[in-house]
Design a protein around this ligand. Structure first.
Ligand SMILES: [Zn+2]
Length: 66
């Protein structure tokens, strides 16, 4: 139960979406390419999209880097 709460808290704590190539923070309206390994249903996080991508993606490329 505690682990579940920690996991939920973690999913809602926003993590900045940063380009894995240049380290720039992804801005609103920007086109990005993200390499994502499909998580299992159990591990899928419910969150804001930018946060979900930041936590799930193996690589994220900003507009300048792709
Ligand atoms: Zn970049």
């Amino acid at each position: 139960m505690v682990i579940l709460i920690e996991k939920l808290k973690d999913a809602f704590t926003s993590k900045k979406l940063i380009c894995t190539n240049c380290g720039k923070q992804i801005a609103e309206g920007e086109t990005i390419i993200a390499k994502i390994t499909m998580p299992s249903e159990k591990e899928m996080i419910v969150s804001k999209l930018d946060n979900a991508i930041a936590r799930t993606a193996d690589a994220v490329l900003c507009q300048r880097c792709h």
